[in-house]
Design a protein around this ligand. Structure first.
Ligand SMILES: [Zn+2]
Length: 251
Protein backbone atom coordinates (compact mmCIF):
# COMPACT_ATOMS: atom_id res chain seq x y z
CA UNK A 1 0.00 0.00 0.00
CA UNK A 2 1.25 3.48 -0.84
CA UNK A 3 2.18 5.54 2.20
CA UNK A 4 1.14 9.17 2.40
CA UNK A 5 4.64 10.63 2.20
CA UNK A 6 6.09 8.38 -0.49
CA UNK A 7 7.13 9.12 -4.05
CA UNK A 8 7.65 6.56 -6.80
CA UNK A 9 11.03 6.77 -8.55
CA UNK A 10 11.73 5.01 -11.82
CA UNK A 11 15.29 5.03 -13.13
CA UNK A 12 15.36 3.75 -16.70
CA UNK A 13 18.15 2.18 -18.75
CA UNK A 14 21.57 1.91 -17.13
CA UNK A 15 20.55 4.31 -14.34
CA UNK A 16 18.80 1.34 -12.70
CA UNK A 17 22.18 -0.27 -12.01
CA UNK A 18 23.24 2.79 -10.01
CA UNK A 19 20.29 2.67 -7.60
CA UNK A 20 21.46 1.45 -4.21
CA UNK A 21 18.12 -0.06 -3.21
CA UNK A 22 16.51 -3.43 -3.78
CA UNK A 23 14.22 -3.20 -6.77
CA UNK A 24 16.74 -1.25 -8.85
CA UNK A 25 14.79 0.53 -11.55
CA UNK A 26 11.58 1.23 -9.63
CA UNK A 27 11.62 2.13 -5.94
CA UNK A 28 9.43 3.92 -3.43
CA UNK A 29 11.14 6.68 -1.52
CA UNK A 30 9.88 8.19 1.72
CA UNK A 31 10.11 11.97 1.86
CA UNK A 32 11.40 12.96 5.27
CA UNK A 33 11.86 16.63 4.50
CA UNK A 34 11.43 19.09 1.65
CA UNK A 35 13.38 17.44 -1.17
CA UNK A 36 14.13 18.23 -4.80
CA UNK A 37 14.25 15.59 -7.50
CA UNK A 38 18.05 15.91 -7.41
CA UNK A 39 18.11 15.26 -3.64
CA UNK A 40 15.99 12.13 -3.98
CA UNK A 41 17.87 10.67 -6.96
CA UNK A 42 21.20 11.26 -5.25
CA UNK A 43 19.97 9.75 -1.97
CA UNK A 44 19.25 6.64 -4.05
CA UNK A 45 22.82 6.67 -5.46
CA UNK A 46 22.27 8.33 -8.86
CA UNK A 47 24.41 11.50 -9.32
CA UNK A 48 22.61 14.22 -11.30
CA UNK A 49 25.42 14.16 -13.90
CA UNK A 50 24.11 10.77 -15.10
CA UNK A 51 20.54 11.99 -15.69
CA UNK A 52 19.59 13.43 -19.09
CA UNK A 53 15.79 13.34 -18.93
CA UNK A 54 13.52 14.05 -15.97
CA UNK A 55 9.76 13.92 -15.66
CA UNK A 56 7.41 14.19 -12.69
CA UNK A 57 3.90 12.86 -13.31
CA UNK A 58 4.69 13.01 -17.01
CA UNK A 59 5.78 16.67 -17.03
CA UNK A 60 9.36 17.67 -17.86
CA UNK A 61 11.02 19.25 -14.81
CA UNK A 62 14.44 20.51 -13.71
CA UNK A 63 16.66 19.06 -10.97
CA UNK A 64 15.40 21.64 -8.48
CA UNK A 65 11.75 20.61 -8.73
CA UNK A 66 10.43 20.00 -5.19
CA UNK A 67 8.55 16.73 -4.86
CA UNK A 68 5.10 16.28 -3.34
CA UNK A 69 4.01 13.02 -1.73
CA UNK A 70 2.34 10.67 -4.20
CA UNK A 71 4.25 12.00 -7.22
CA UNK A 72 5.97 9.78 -9.72
CA UNK A 73 9.52 10.53 -10.97
CA UNK A 74 11.05 9.12 -14.12
CA UNK A 75 14.77 9.64 -14.75
CA UNK A 76 16.40 8.79 -18.07
CA UNK A 77 20.08 8.15 -18.88
CA UNK A 78 22.13 9.68 -21.67
CA UNK A 79 21.22 8.77 -25.23
CA UNK A 80 24.71 8.77 -26.83
CA UNK A 81 26.19 10.63 -28.50
CA UNK A 82 25.87 13.48 -26.00
CA UNK A 83 26.69 16.86 -27.59
CA UNK A 84 27.98 19.20 -24.87
CA UNK A 85 27.77 22.19 -27.23
CA UNK A 86 23.96 22.01 -27.24
CA UNK A 87 22.03 23.30 -24.23
CA UNK A 88 19.17 21.23 -22.83
CA UNK A 89 16.52 21.87 -20.15
CA UNK A 90 18.67 20.02 -17.58
CA UNK A 91 21.90 21.64 -18.78
CA UNK A 92 21.08 25.16 -19.97
CA UNK A 93 24.78 26.06 -20.07
CA UNK A 94 26.30 24.41 -23.12
CA UNK A 95 30.09 24.06 -23.33
CA UNK A 96 32.20 25.59 -26.13
CA UNK A 97 33.71 22.17 -26.76
CA UNK A 98 34.61 18.82 -25.27
CA UNK A 99 37.20 19.40 -22.54
CA UNK A 100 37.81 17.24 -19.51
CA UNK A 101 38.73 17.38 -15.87
CA UNK A 102 40.03 14.00 -14.72
CA UNK A 103 39.68 12.94 -11.09
CA UNK A 104 42.51 11.09 -9.32
CA UNK A 105 40.53 7.81 -9.20
CA UNK A 106 40.61 7.60 -13.02
CA UNK A 107 43.98 9.34 -13.45
CA UNK A 108 45.14 7.07 -16.30
CA UNK A 109 42.42 8.55 -18.50
CA UNK A 110 44.29 11.85 -18.58
CA UNK A 111 47.29 10.79 -20.74
CA UNK A 112 45.03 8.64 -22.94
CA UNK A 113 42.70 11.57 -23.67
CA UNK A 114 45.70 13.86 -24.23
CA UNK A 115 47.17 11.35 -26.70
CA UNK A 116 44.03 11.82 -28.79
CA UNK A 117 44.38 15.59 -28.59
CA UNK A 118 41.71 16.30 -25.96
CA UNK A 119 42.32 19.01 -23.41
CA UNK A 120 42.29 16.92 -20.20
CA UNK A 121 43.29 18.56 -16.94
CA UNK A 122 44.38 16.39 -14.02
CA UNK A 123 45.90 17.57 -10.79
CA UNK A 124 46.27 14.93 -8.12
CA UNK A 125 46.29 17.57 -5.40
CA UNK A 126 42.85 18.93 -6.28
CA UNK A 127 40.16 18.23 -3.71
CA UNK A 128 36.46 17.85 -4.53
CA UNK A 129 35.67 21.54 -3.96
CA UNK A 130 38.47 22.63 -6.29
CA UNK A 131 37.41 20.16 -9.01
CA UNK A 132 33.79 21.33 -8.84
CA UNK A 133 34.86 24.96 -9.01
CA UNK A 134 37.26 24.39 -11.95
CA UNK A 135 34.68 22.42 -13.92
CA UNK A 136 32.24 25.32 -13.66
CA UNK A 137 34.81 28.07 -14.31
CA UNK A 138 36.49 26.38 -17.27
CA UNK A 139 33.50 24.50 -18.69
CA UNK A 140 34.94 21.01 -18.29
CA UNK A 141 33.36 17.56 -18.16
CA UNK A 142 34.33 15.88 -14.87
CA UNK A 143 35.33 12.21 -15.15
CA UNK A 144 35.28 10.33 -11.86
CA UNK A 145 34.31 7.13 -10.07
CA UNK A 146 33.31 9.15 -6.99
CA UNK A 147 29.54 9.59 -6.71
CA UNK A 148 29.87 12.14 -3.88
CA UNK A 149 31.96 14.41 -6.11
CA UNK A 150 29.48 14.21 -8.99
CA UNK A 151 26.58 15.12 -6.69
CA UNK A 152 28.00 18.63 -6.31
CA UNK A 153 25.66 21.16 -7.91
CA UNK A 154 28.53 23.16 -9.44
CA UNK A 155 29.29 20.20 -11.71
CA UNK A 156 26.78 20.20 -14.56
CA UNK A 157 28.67 18.01 -17.01
CA UNK A 158 30.24 14.78 -15.78
CA UNK A 159 30.46 11.04 -16.10
CA UNK A 160 30.49 8.44 -13.36
CA UNK A 161 33.01 6.10 -14.95
CA UNK A 162 31.70 2.52 -14.85
CA UNK A 163 34.59 0.55 -16.45
CA UNK A 164 37.57 -0.54 -14.35
CA UNK A 165 40.40 -0.69 -16.89
CA UNK A 166 41.83 2.53 -18.43
CA UNK A 167 41.33 1.60 -22.10
CA UNK A 168 37.76 0.48 -21.36
CA UNK A 169 37.19 3.72 -19.48
CA UNK A 170 38.45 5.62 -22.52
CA UNK A 171 36.06 3.73 -24.81
CA UNK A 172 33.22 4.46 -22.36
CA UNK A 173 33.91 8.21 -22.49
CA UNK A 174 34.39 8.31 -26.27
CA UNK A 175 31.16 6.38 -26.87
CA UNK A 176 29.17 8.63 -24.53
CA UNK A 177 30.29 11.76 -26.38
CA UNK A 178 30.45 10.22 -29.86
CA UNK A 179 34.16 10.98 -30.08
CA UNK A 180 35.81 7.79 -31.36
CA UNK A 181 37.76 9.84 -33.89
CA UNK A 182 40.73 11.52 -32.24
CA UNK A 183 40.62 15.29 -32.84
CA UNK A 184 44.42 15.77 -33.00
CA UNK A 185 46.44 12.64 -32.23
CA UNK A 186 49.76 13.14 -30.41
CA UNK A 187 49.53 16.91 -30.38
CA UNK A 188 49.65 17.37 -26.59
CA UNK A 189 52.12 16.62 -23.84
CA UNK A 190 50.97 13.45 -22.10
CA UNK A 191 52.34 14.75 -18.81
CA UNK A 192 51.17 18.36 -18.64
CA UNK A 193 48.40 18.70 -21.26
CA UNK A 194 50.14 21.56 -23.09
CA UNK A 195 49.99 21.70 -26.90
CA UNK A 196 53.28 20.60 -28.46
CA UNK A 197 55.30 22.84 -30.76
CA UNK A 198 57.38 21.72 -33.73
CA UNK A 199 61.11 21.88 -33.08
CA UNK A 200 64.04 21.59 -35.49
CA UNK A 201 66.08 18.41 -35.12
CA UNK A 202 69.30 20.41 -34.79
CA UNK A 203 67.88 22.22 -31.76
CA UNK A 204 67.27 19.00 -29.82
CA UNK A 205 70.09 16.88 -31.27
CA UNK A 206 72.11 17.04 -28.05
CA UNK A 207 69.24 15.48 -26.12
CA UNK A 208 68.61 12.50 -28.43
CA UNK A 209 69.82 8.91 -28.09
CA UNK A 210 72.06 7.79 -31.01
CA UNK A 211 69.36 5.58 -32.59
CA UNK A 212 66.75 8.30 -32.34
CA UNK A 213 69.16 10.71 -34.07
CA UNK A 214 69.68 8.18 -36.81
CA UNK A 215 66.11 7.12 -37.53
CA UNK A 216 63.86 10.14 -36.83
CA UNK A 217 63.72 13.62 -38.31
CA UNK A 218 60.50 15.15 -36.99
CA UNK A 219 60.28 16.26 -33.40
CA UNK A 220 57.89 18.19 -31.20
CA UNK A 221 58.54 19.71 -27.81
CA UNK A 222 56.38 20.55 -24.81
CA UNK A 223 56.61 24.29 -24.07
CA UNK A 224 56.07 23.61 -20.35
CA UNK A 225 58.20 20.59 -19.36
CA UNK A 226 60.50 20.58 -22.48
CA UNK A 227 59.89 16.87 -23.04
CA UNK A 228 60.63 15.87 -26.64
CA UNK A 229 58.18 13.77 -28.67
CA UNK A 230 58.66 11.81 -31.87
CA UNK A 231 57.04 8.85 -33.60
CA UNK A 232 59.21 6.30 -31.86
CA UNK A 233 58.51 3.00 -30.13
CA UNK A 234 56.62 4.59 -27.22
CA UNK A 235 54.20 6.28 -29.54
CA UNK A 236 53.80 3.17 -31.69
CA UNK A 237 53.00 1.14 -28.60
CA UNK A 238 50.36 3.65 -27.55
CA UNK A 239 48.93 3.81 -31.09
CA UNK A 240 48.49 0.05 -30.97
CA UNK A 241 46.67 0.17 -27.62
CA UNK A 242 44.39 3.01 -28.76
CA UNK A 243 43.53 1.24 -32.02
CA UNK A 244 42.62 -1.91 -30.08
CA UNK A 245 40.36 0.25 -27.90
CA UNK A 246 38.49 1.27 -31.07
CA UNK A 247 39.91 4.76 -31.41
CA UNK A 248 40.18 6.19 -34.93
CA UNK A 249 43.56 7.92 -35.13
CA UNK A 250 43.69 9.12 -38.72
CA UNK A 251 47.13 8.79 -40.34
ZN1 LIG B 1 54.93 18.75 -20.81
Amino acid sequence: MEKANEVRVECSGDLASLVRRPGGGIVRYTLKRRASVKDVLEALGVPHTEVYGLRVDGETVGFGHVLEPGQSVRAEPAAPPVDVTVSTPLRPRALPGLRFLVDENVAKLAPLLRALGFDAVHDRRSGDARIACLSADEGRVVLSRDRALLKRSAITWGRLIRAAMPLEQLAEVLDLFGARKAPAPFSRCLRCNAELAAVAKRDVLHRLEPKTRLYYDEFRICPVCRRIYWRGSHQEHMRGSLLRAGVILGD
